[in-house]
Design a protein around this ligand. Structure first.
Ligand SMILES: [Zn+2]
Length: 387
């Protein structure tokens, strides 16, 4: 196994609590990668020899971003709907149903090409792990193929048959829940690690969601919930009751919701590019962090409410609009995302962790929020390989 020394790191963010502070920053640092993992991390002056060496010329290095929430399996786009929303024009086309219709019509090759394009776009912006949900097929065959295609790009695949009730079941939502917990789950579970439900007025209520999550759990899937996005509701409490890994959105929370998140250890996934793209109020990150809730930042990249794949944008929004510190925002986009996916091998630069990192064209991670909109990621490594 060959080893690679990365030196000339002006500032290294490790997320190693033993190094002090929230993000364990090391100045004038170096790392050694052996195979697919980090073998050594520390200050450059103490770096051991390695087979190869690369001098990064005074750039900052951060853990690769862990995007714990995305919807990349779809066809078509909804730019006209976005333009209408931004200009206050009525828009009569069917929102998510537009994407469902386009996705059902697309070939496997078209869907895979779109996923590949978006994953590459994410990689160029420093994302080294991405969770991908189904949810635009909404038939047994289309959900199963969505997940099988997503699996070619990530192990973190999520069955979201319960995204919305599709038009053909508009008069029979109970029948749709039977499908989601029955044949659709049977066909989808082999390609999924997680099951997720959109708990919202107009989507699924608490009883439907509980049935869907428990059915998924019985098939060995971990639990995630789209919770409290558009208003207060039962999503967060359900996630906490069932011990889900993540309750994502968390835009409208009661005090009881915050207490439940803090005491259950469910990770609150905040998706500020959605609020940016829909011109909506941001979630109250300070309230959550100050209560002791673990917060993840993720993109929610999807063709409707947020067609951005950029974690640097999320970090900038979290700092500027949600009063997270730059260190908190970076931690949430790396270690927080890893916690949301219940992974301890990613989201950190420590010996033994997978060698995922982003090299920034900047002297420190602060520039991610300080220079919004600027493409700062010079290079990323995934599993020790430049990518
Ligand atoms: Zn989502």
């Amino acid at each position: 196994m060959t080893s690679l020394l990365l030196a000339g790191i002006s500032s290294l963010v490790t997320n190693d609590p033993q190094r002090g502070g929230l993000i364990g920053e090391v100045p004038d640092a170096a790392v050694v990668i052996e195979g697919s993992t980090f073998a050594w991390v520390g200050s450059r002056a103490e770096a051991p020899a390695a087979d190869d060496a690369l001098d990064l010329g005074g750039r900052a290095v951060v853990p690769g971003f862990v995007d714990s929430h995305s919807h990349l399996v779809f066809a078509g786009d909804r730019a006209e709907e976005f333009a209408a929303r931004m200009t206050g024009q009525p828009y009569s086309a069917g929102g998510i149903r537009t994407t469902v219709a386009a996705t059902r019509k697309a070939t496997d090759e078209q869907l895979a090409a779109n996923i590949a394009r978006l994953v590459a776009e994410m990689r160029r912006q420093g994302t080294t792990t991405v969770e991908i949900k189904s949810g635009y097929g909404l038939t047994t065959a289309d959900e199963a193929r969505s997940l099988a295609l997503a699996r070619e790009f990530t192990d973190e695949t999520t069955y979201l048959g319960a995204h919305v009730v599709p038009p053909e079941y508009a008069d029979d939502p109970a029948g749709y829940v039977d499908l989601v917990t029955g044949p659709m789950l049977d066909a989808s579970a082999p390609h999924a690690r997680w099951v997720d439900v959109f708990v919202e007025r107009g989507a699924f209520d608490a009883d439907q969601a509980r049935a869907i999550l428990l059915a998924g759990q019985a098939k060995g899937l971990g639990l995630r919930v789209h919770a409290n996005q558009l208003g207060t509701g039962p999503g967060v409490q359900l996630a906490c009751e069932l011990g889900a890994a993540a309750a994502d959105h968390c835009t409208h929370l009661t005090d009881a919701d915050v207490d439940a998140l803090a005491s259950s250890g469910v990770v609150a996934g905040l998706l500020p590019a959605v609020e940016f793209s829909t011109r909506s109020p941001y979630p109250d990150a300070r309230r959550l962090i100050d209560a002791g809730v673990t917060v993840a930042l993720a993109s929610d990249c999807n063709p409707g409410s947020c067609y951005s794949s950029s974690i640097p944008l999320c970090i900038a929004l979290a700092v500027r609009e949600m009063r997270m510190s730059p260190a908190e925002a970076l931690w949430s986009a790396t270690a927080g995302g890893a916690a949301s996916l219940r992974r301890n091998d990613i989201g950190r630069i420590t010996p033994g962790a997978r060698a995922d990192l982003a090299v920034l064209d900047a002297p420190s991670y602060l520039h991610l929020a300080y220079r919004p909109g600027v493409p700062l990621v010079a290079q990323s490594f995934v599993g020790g390989r430049p990518g």
